[in-house]
Write a protein that binds this ligand. Structure first.
Ligand code: AQP
Length: 343
């Protein structure tokens, strides 16, 4: 069955939106608006899978919404909303809980990393997170999902769930007039020079909201001084920059900074190396500071302004939720009929 192309993606409102979220995901969200219908979600139900402060969560939901808009997402042309306002996400997640297999979830590396050694004490929500994520995407029957590299495994699980649902209920799907498959197999869109932005303190670790060191990441809310300090203090090695890509092998910190520069400037890593190769890190870092401040400074300022306008942000989310629900509700109704619920 052919599906209409539709983009869906989400960001957790867990605080400290950073350069990794921006380059790995939000920049792609903005680009895709020109070619696709897009639904961008503040996935607040994922944000309660680990301990959280309710007051902070409300502020974070508004901040991520403000970041989307400040980065260039148009909430009138596309849909911007928060997950918990559309109950169909949770409803479909339950059906998918009965489709997904425990063995599949046991393989999810993000759960292992986030639960750490104390796995018995992790919430069931954290374990089940990828099933809810599959529901987030598939409740809209979305076909394309822009994400960072770290979400690849979760996208594969979403495809497995869609495929198993289509197989398990094949007869019912056909009987209800949905051809040979109700759900598309959503395609991950993981592209560009910064699909996995690494920590500025350790080039082998992902840049992450939860890293204890604020110097490990550039936050979208950082001002010019903070950006400059963090880039200047970013870990490097004693060698000058190479002129060609193979010269970055086994130099994770150098490779990371070159990837960041390439993504922020819209150039390839090859071009960045041909411009800066042979030079000292200090010169390259000075150029990176200028570039990062020019790109991120205005976003941070706009984010702060918008986050403070609660009435505007809340109205955007309400309007987006109404429009999201209008797509999700008929899909959920069909799922209920397919699985044999009376409604
Ligand atoms: N370092 C990264 N490089 C590239 N892309 C990244 N993303 C996250 N970190 C990087 C992408 O940003 C989108 C939103 O992520 P999220 O907030 O939903 O979840 P996350 O991956 O859990 O974010 P963090 O920062 O890594 O949080 P913690 O510290 O809680 O683990 C996704 O598309 C993600 O791929």
């Amino acid at each position: 069955m052919a599906f209409k192309e539709l983009v869906f993606s989400g960001v957790q409102p867990t605080g400290n939106l950073h350069l990794g979220n921006y380059l790995g995901a939000i920049v792609k969200f903005v680009e895709l608006q020109n070619s696709h219908d897009c639904i961008y979600c503040v996935v607040d139900m994922h944000a309660i899978t680990q301990a959280h402060d309710p007051k902070q969560l409300v502020a974070n939901i508004r901040e991520v919404t403000a970041a989307f808009i400040a980065c260039g997402i148009d909430p009138k042309k596309h849909i911007v909303f928060n997950q918990s306002q559309v109950a169909e996400h949770a409803e479909l997640a339950w059906v998918f809980n009965c489709v997904a297999r425990i063995g599949w979830l046991n393989r999810m590396t993000q759960f292992k990393e986030k639960a750490g050694k104390d796995r018995e004490n992790a919430s069931i929500g954290l374990y089940d997170y990828p099933v809810l994520m599959a529901a987030d995407i598939l409740v809209y029957r979305a076909t394309h999902v822009p994400v960072g590299e770290d979400q690849k495994q979760h996208l594969e699980l979403a495809r497995d769930i869609a495929q198993k649902f289509n197989n398990d209920f094949a007869e019912s799907i056909t009987a209800h007039g949905f051809g040979d498959g109700f759900f598309p197999l959503p395609e991950p869109l993981i592209q560009g020079p910064a699909t996995r932005v690494m920590s500025l303190r350790d080039g082998t670790k992902k840049m992450s909201k939860s890293d204890a060191s604020d110097y490990s990441r550039i936050n979208l809310s950082d001002d010019a001084d903070a950006i400059a300090q963090k880039v200047r203090k970013a870990k490097t090695d004693p060698e000058p920059l190479p002129s060609e890509l193979p010269g970055l092998d086994k130099r994770p910190e150098a490779a990371n900074l070159v990837g960041i520069y390439a993504a922020l400037s819209g150039a390839t890593k090859e071009k960045v190396l041909s411009d800066f190769g042979g030079g000292q890190f200090s010169q390259f870092k000075a150029s990176l500071v200028d570039l990062a401040v020019a790109k991120l400074g205005p976003i941070g300022a706009e984010m702060k302004k918008l986050s403070a306008d609660h009435a505007y942000i809340d109205a955007v989310l309400r309007d987006g939720s109404d429009r999201a629900r209008a797509i999700a509700a008929p899909n959920m109704k069909a799922v209920k009929e397919i699985v044999g619920f009376l409604n």
